[in-house]
Design a protein around this ligand. Sequence first.
Ligand code: SF4
Ligand code: SF4
Length: 75
Amino acid sequence: MPWVDKDECVGCGICVGECPVNAISMKNGKAVINMKKCIRCKKCHEVCPKKAIRHDSERNQKEVYKNENSNKFNR
Ligand code: SF4
Ligand code: SF4
């Protein structure tokens, strides 16, 4: 699932217009994704000039990396 990095989003609204199923809206100047509508096409991720829309896999990869390294150090 995509998620918005609110620290990076500048509220330009580009992603809102690009989403094919209108799953993105603006709230308090930040993009918000309606997960019930989202079809995970990743279009928002591609068009965001701030790379503020991330994907779960990215977040997980960071955690996996951290875990792998902590395992190495613990051996
Ligand atoms: S992944 Fe696609 S469907 Fe989901 S919010 Fe982004 S543009 Fe819309
Ligand atoms: S395109 Fe990126 S910076 Fe612009 S509103 Fe969407 S998430 Fe925020």
